[in-house]
Every structure is written in structure tokens, then in C-alpha cells.
Design a binder for this molecule. Sequence first.
Ligand code: ADP
Ligand code: GLC
Length: 468
Amino acid sequence: MTEILSVASECAPLVKTGGLADVAGALPGALRPLDIRMRTLLPGYPQVMAETREAAEVWRSDDLFGGPARVLATMAGVLDLLVLDAPHLFDRPGQIYLGPDGRDWPDNPERFAGLSLAAAEIAGRGAEGWQPDILHCHDWQAGLAPVYLRDRFPDASVGIVQTIHNVAFQGLAPADRLQALGLPQSGMHPDGFEYWGQISALKAGLVRADRITTVSPTYAAELLTPEFGMGLDGVLRARRDRLSGILNGVDLSDWAPPYRLASGKVKHKARLRAEMGLPEAEGPLCVVVSRLTEQKGLDLLLEALPALLEGGGQLALLGSGAADLELAFERAATHPNVAVRLGYDEALSRMLIAGGDAILVPSRFEPCGLTQLYGLLHGTIPVVTLTGGLADTVIPATPAGLRAGVATGLQVHPITADALGRALTQVCALYARTEVWRRMQRNAMRQPVGWDRSAEEYAALYRALSEG
Ligand code: ADP
Ligand code: GLC
């Protein structure tokens, strides 16, 4: 049995703001049949503490960046959890990363340094006799763990994997926090975790990990370019022999569609229209479930929307994020064929994915993307830009793709409002060709989107590391 300590700042179904939670929540179950036990270290946010009953203390500290802390071992459903109970860092209301003013908590560097230090302690010292073979760190929130582990436990024979879910979030902290964060001065240089005079938690993970993964092969290649690397492309190019892309999967036990044939969608579509206050229509009902940020390209959708409406289509959107986008979508919703719900709503997200005809993901960059995978599974045809994991998961309805009868979605290229508009016009036209559309739905629903293959790839990576 290979033992893994996975460290993440969110994990479904306990706490989620995005796809990281889905992945952190699904990986342990996907790896279990491969004889790999993954325990997950999570911050003890209120919603996590509420699930932490019958827990055993396995680690403690009198002062973890300003207060006492302990790690509690517990099971939550099938998840084998280690919960970092540190009230001064995590017992706060609201969104996990943001204060009531909507901005990052000023002590986010200390909060996630606390998570990382606890991870390094458990990996380096063990907890109640348990020690992992591999420390698997997700995103910047766990990025300091490799530094703490290698710095404080130089003899520990624990392999380290750092996964990049999104290079846009780098976990920067001012250089004068170095001591407060308990980081070695020796790391404060361009080959260490220094990033243009600041401390970068993500870079720390990238320079100290034994292997770096990201969540799709195309994003792994994109990350090496200045356009997508967001300042870390040089670091990644220098370590490209350690970098690979392993595509995210879908937890099929959680996301199985409520119907087996695409025709089962009819009832769900009617229910969705009623829920969102949309009238009956001849054209396709397009849905969006997304954070509203620059990354997701939804400003392009606002520009391209007339093409969808002129083609007889409808839009139902669920999302939250940037105030200007929220406002613009609220305005767009004055059109009778556009419905918008602002906020985060797990149940409604599932209604949209089950009831929609097509799901729109016009991202400017997308490390993997999960909603297009949920779409495929539900015969909800993905319309995606040609980038990152979107490029790796959709077989486009080009003339050749349609002739060969293999298409599962539409690809937008280049990433502009014009190209998106053309794709939306094409969606309306294809939807009207019932046989062609049905064929695409059948292909989509048959496309394997589960974890099987990717779990094997993680397993091979862990084994190579722990044996080598
Ligand atoms: P990202 O992690 O960049 O936001 P992903 O596509 O990987 O993008 O994952 C987003 C996850 O969050 C999906 O599970 C999606 O269904 C969910 N999600 C996004 N926005 C909302 C929302 N407003 N309400 C409910 N779920 C949402
Ligand atoms: C990030 C990315 C998204 C990816 C998710 C899970 O949030 O933006 O593309 O699917 O992580 O890996």
C-alpha cells in the first residue's frame, strides 16, 4: 500500500469554491482500488469542523503562527481526513479566502503557511505512527510545505508532488514576512521562492517538489510559454523534465446523470426553464455555471449573445464573482430569453447541467475545466475555447468531425467574441438538425470522463517517486 498525504485548501463535498475541491474530493476514492491510500489535510473551517466528530488528535502545536493548533483525524463519508483545527486561522464566517469586504484575508500567507507547516510536520515526523510515502501539495495554499519539509526534515525520505490547478493564483507575500512565516533566508533568491522581491508560495512548491503536475496535458505545454505561464514559465521551463499534465476526471458516483439517454433530458429541461423563468423555445437552451472572472471569458459571451438570441437560442447562467460582470449579466437578463442567477448554488448548478442543451465555457485560459466534462456526461454539448483542458476533452464539430460522426462539442478559435458568436450561430443550426445533434449527444455521453485513466497516471507517478 502506498501512503499519500494530500494537502488542499478545499475538498468537496465539505468545502468548495471551484474545481480544486472536486478534484481533491474525488482523488482518494479513485486511487483506492489501485492500492493507494490518500489522507487529506484540510483547514478546519467552520463547515469542516462541523463534520469532524469522533476525531482523534494526531498532532499539536502551542503556537502555529499566532495561536494553538492541532490536527484531528476523522472520516467524512469515504474521505480519510486530517483536519487542522486552528481557530485563530480558520474559524471565520463567509467565503474561505475572502474577508467580509470581499478582499483576501490579510493574513492568508500565515493561514496557509499554517496548513503547509502542519503538512510538513506530519510528513516529516509522522502522526501517531503514520507517515506518508508521498506529500502531494495542491496549488499555492500548500506550496510552502515542500520548503518546510526539506528545510526542517532534510533526512525524510518522502517524495513531493506539487500540482498546479491554476498558475494565476501564486500566493504572494511581502518579503518582510519571511521570518514571521518561518522560512529560510536561503530560499529568498530567484532560484528559490523569491518572485520579483516577494515570497511566492506557488514558486516555493515548484522549485522544491520532486515532480510537478498540472491538470491537463495541453496546459502543461501552455505553462511553458510567457503567454500562459504568468511569470512562472521560466521556472517551469527549467524544470520541464519534472512537469507533466494529468487530466482531471469526474467522480461518476457523484455526477451520474439522472437519465441514461439524451432524450431523458426533456423533463429536466422543462423543470429548468420553469425554475429560471424562461419561456418555451425552438432553439437550444445554453447554460453556464462559472466563476465570473476574467479567466472565464464571459465578457466575450456578453458580446456574442446577440448571435445566440438571433438564432432562437436561450441562455441560463449561474455564477458569481466580479461586480461589473454580475451587473452586466443582470442587465442582459432583461431579455426574455436570458435568465441569470447570481450566487453559488450546488443544487441549481446540477439542474443547469442536466437540463441544458449546451454548456458554454469560453475561457481565455483553462487548466482543465470540469463543467465541460459534466456537460459531456449529461449530453449537454460543450462549446469551449481551444485552450488547456478544454482542448483536451472536446472533439470538435468541424466538417470532418461531423462527417466521421465523432464530434462531441464545438471549439471556439481564436478566443474572440466574433469566433464565439459564430460558434453560437452554429450551435443553433446544429440543434435544428435533430439527427446530427442526437449523434453528438450520444458521442458525448459515451466519452469516458471518469477518473480511471488519470488515477493510473497518478499511481504510476507516486510509485516511481516512492521507489526511486
Ligand atoms: P474553476 O475551478 O476554475 O472555477 P472548474 O470548471 O474546474 O473551474 O470547476 C468549477 C466547479 O465549481 C464546478 O464543479 C462547477 O460546477 C462549480 N461552480 C462554479 N460556479 C458555481 C456556482 N455559481 N454555483 C455552483 N457551482 C459552481
Ligand atoms: C482550477 C482551474 C480549473 C481546473 C480546477 C481543478 O480552478 O481553473 O481549470 O479544472 O482547478 O483542477
